[in-house]
Design a protein around this ligand. Structure first.
Ligand code: ZN
Ligand code: FE
Length: 253
C-alpha cells in the first residue's frame, strides 16, 4: 500500500511534509520547520504522528522537534548533528533504514549544506525527501561542507530512478531559474523556466520535482556540461560544480 504525502507551505519559504503509511495509518513528518503549523495540519488531517524524521540541524528543519514531540509523543530520528539544537531519539547515517509501518525509507548521506545532512528515499513509492541538499533548479548553500562532498551527495541523489518524486524543503525555484538561465541556454531549461515563472505568478508551488527533470535542467547537476561557461573547462566534475556554486553565491539577479 502506498505512502500519502501532504505538503504545506510554512515560515517564509519552507515546505512542511506529513506522510502516512496507508497500510497501517502511521504518520510521520519530515522536519519540523514550524511546530504550530505541523500540529495544525495534523489536526486538520486527523492523522496520528508516530515519527519525526529530520534531514539536518538547521532551526527551520529541527526547531519544532521538542514542541511536536511533546504534543504527539512521536519518536525523533535524524542525523546526530540535530542534537545541537533539538531532541533526537535515534541517530541515523547513510545506508541505514527507517520503518514507518510497511514503508521503508533508505537513509542517503547528503552532506555539504551541513556536514551531517541526510535524505530519505522510499523505493517502493519512488519518493525522496531531500531537505536542503537538492532544490528545483538549485542546491543548498555549502555552509559546512566542501564542494567535493556536496557533489558526491548530489550524485547519489541523481542516481535515484528518473521517475522519483523529489520533495525539497524550500520554494526557491524562481530565483534558481533566473540564475540557471545566466549559465545555461538549453531549450529544456528555457521551457521549464517559463513554466516556473508562470506558476509562481499564479501562486502555485513548483515543488515537488523529479530526478529526470533535475538531471535535464538543474545547473548544479549539469555542472560538468557547463564547466566552460563558469571558467572551469577541463576541470574535474566537483570543481565544475564548485564553480557553478560560486557563481550562484555571487549572482545578483
Ligand atoms: Zn538548511
Ligand atoms: Fe532550510
Amino acid at each position: 500500500m502506498p505512502l500519502t504525502v501532504h505538503q504545506f507551505p510554512c515560515l517564509s519559504d519552507n515546505y512542511g511534509y506529513l506522510v502516512r503509511d496507508e497500510a497501517t495509518g502511521l504518520a510521520a513528518c519530515i522536519d519540523t520547520p514550524d511546530a504550530a503549523a505541523v500540529l495544525a495540519q495534523l489536526k486538520a488531517l486527523g492523522w496520528r504522528l508516530a515519527l519525526i524524521m529530520n534531514t539536518h540541524w538547521h532551526p527551520d528543519h529541527a526547531g519544532g522537534n521538542a514542541e511536536v514531540q511533546a504534543a504527539t509523543g512521536a519518536k525523533i530520528v535524524g542525523p546526530a548533528e540535530v542534537r545541537r539544537i533539538a531532541p533526537l531519539d535515534r541517530e541515523l547515517s547513510g545506508g541505514e533504514t527507517v520503518e514507518l509501518g510497511e514503508t521503508t525509507f533508505e537513509v542517503i548521506e547528503a552532506g555539504g549544506h551541513t556536514l551531517g545532512h541526510i535524505a530519505y528515499y522510499d523505493d517502493a513509492d519512488r519518493i525522496a525527501f531531500v531537505g536542503d541538499t537538492l532544490f528545483a533548479l538549485g542546491c543548498g548553500r555549502l555552509f559546512e561542507g566542501e564542494p567535493a562532498q556536496m557533489w558526491a551527495s548530489l550524485s547519489r541523489l541523481a542516481a535515484l530512478p528518473d521517475e522519483t518524486t523529489v520533495y525539497c524543503a524550500h520554494e526557491y525555484t524562481a530565483a534558481n531559474a533566473r540564475f540557471a538561465l545566466s549559465v545555461d541556454d538549453d531549450p529544456a531549461l528555457k521551457a521549464r523556466a517559463e513554466q516556473i515563472f508562470a506558476a509562481r505568478e499564479r501562486g502555485e508551488p513548483t515543488v515537488p520535482t523529479t530526478i529526470a527533470l533535475e538531471k535535464a535542467t538543474n545547473p548544479f547537476l549539469r555542472a560538468p556540461l557547463l564547466a566552460a561557461r563558469v571558467g572551469a573547462a577541463d576541470k574535474p566534475a566537483h570543481e565544475a560544480f564548485a564553480a557553478v556554486r560560486a557563481a550562484k553565491d555571487n549572482f545578483k539577479g
